[in-house]
Design a protein around this ligand. Structure first.
Ligand SMILES: Nc1ncnc2c1ncn2[C@@H]1O[C@H](COP(=O)(O)OP(=O)(O)OP(=O)(O)O)[C@@H](O)[C@H]1O
Ligand SMILES: [Mg+2]
Length: 254
């Protein structure tokens, strides 16, 4: 469904993505692993044209989106992608219901009379009751906020969902509920999912394939089993979460 070819992304003198090659198969969940600052968020922002690529190609169903410069055509592609932001990014001044239908106003021509039905349906998909729609985001727990953000993503009916660290900041049980939800949505809706995470438990549970991003390249691509039995010392250190190994974390940003 998505083919990333020789993707390069620089921020000034900093080479964040050097040469990323990755295929994201339709209907599968692809997990992107990598340390803080390795360029995971940058990679998925490139996929929806939120960041301009420095070089390389991103083919969506065979069409190179890096060659599209018209805002209208880019908007048409973005409509097929749902992006669950790392920060959640709910609008505090709007109710949950208004948050869920926010994208509909701008991205679709769904009539407003259909909004209540959509709110109910999307909240149900993420395991929330209809009456949550009346609440304000400030009244929700972290796990509920994530689910409302996901309901907002689902409202536009995306073919691909990009999840940026969906379990970060949640307790282990809520993290597992979110992981189950990602699996459930894949099965129910047949969506293609790309999930950025540091959470190894979640990665192993949800992934059809995992790509490990290190120093601007994909160091290992494979199944959860491949990652569990790898001999690659970098991947092993990351999977085991050890401070001892070849990966030296930079504690200060250069
Ligand atoms: N708009 C930008 N301008 C300049 N540098 C940026 C910009 N966005 C990201 N970077 C830099 O690119 C690198 C990768 O950032 P990115 O946010 O993609 O990392 P990440 O893997 O998502 O990290 P984390 O796990 O902490 O979310 C970092 O060094 C960051 O400082
Ligand atoms: Mg990030």
């Amino acid at each position: 469904m998505i083919e990333i070819k020789n993707l390069k992304k620089d921020f000034g003198p900093k080479h964040v993505l050097k040469n990323v090659n990755l295929n994201i198969p339709k209907g599968e969940t692809t997990v992107i692993l990598g340390g803080s600052g390795s360029g995971k968020s940058t990679l998925i922002k490139c996929l929806i044209g939120l960041e301009e690529v420095t070089d390389g190609h991103i083919l969506v169903n065979g069409k190179d989106i890096t060659k599209i410069h018209s805002e209208m055509k880019l908007a048409a592609i973005r409509r097929r992608f749902g992006y669950l932001f790392q920060e959640g990014a709910l609008f505090d001044s709007m109710s949950v219901g208004e948050n869920v239908t926010f994208g509909l106003k701008y991205l679709t021509d769904v009539p407003e009379k259909d909004y209540p039905k959509i709110i109910k349906e999307k909240l149900a998909l993420v395991g929330l009751r209809e009456d949550v729609a009346q609440l304000n985001p400030s009244e929700l727990s972290g796990g509920m906020k994530k689910r409302v953000s996901l309901a907002r993503v689902l409202a536009i009916g995306p073919e691909v969902i990009l999840y940026d660290e969906p379990t970060t900041g949640l307790d282990p049980i809520m993290s597992d509920i979110i992981s189950d939800l990602i699996i459930d949505l894949k099965n129910k809706l047949g969506v293609t999912s790309v999930v950025i995470t540091h959470d190894m438990h979640s990665a192993f549970k949800i992934a059809d394939h995992i790509a490990f991003l290190y120093e601007g390249n994909i160091l290992l691509y494979g199944t959860a089993e491949d990652f569990k039995k790898t001999d690659n010392p970098y991947v092993k250190q990351f999977v085991n979460g050890s401070s001892h190994g070849p990966i030296q974390m930079k504690l200060m940003k250069e």
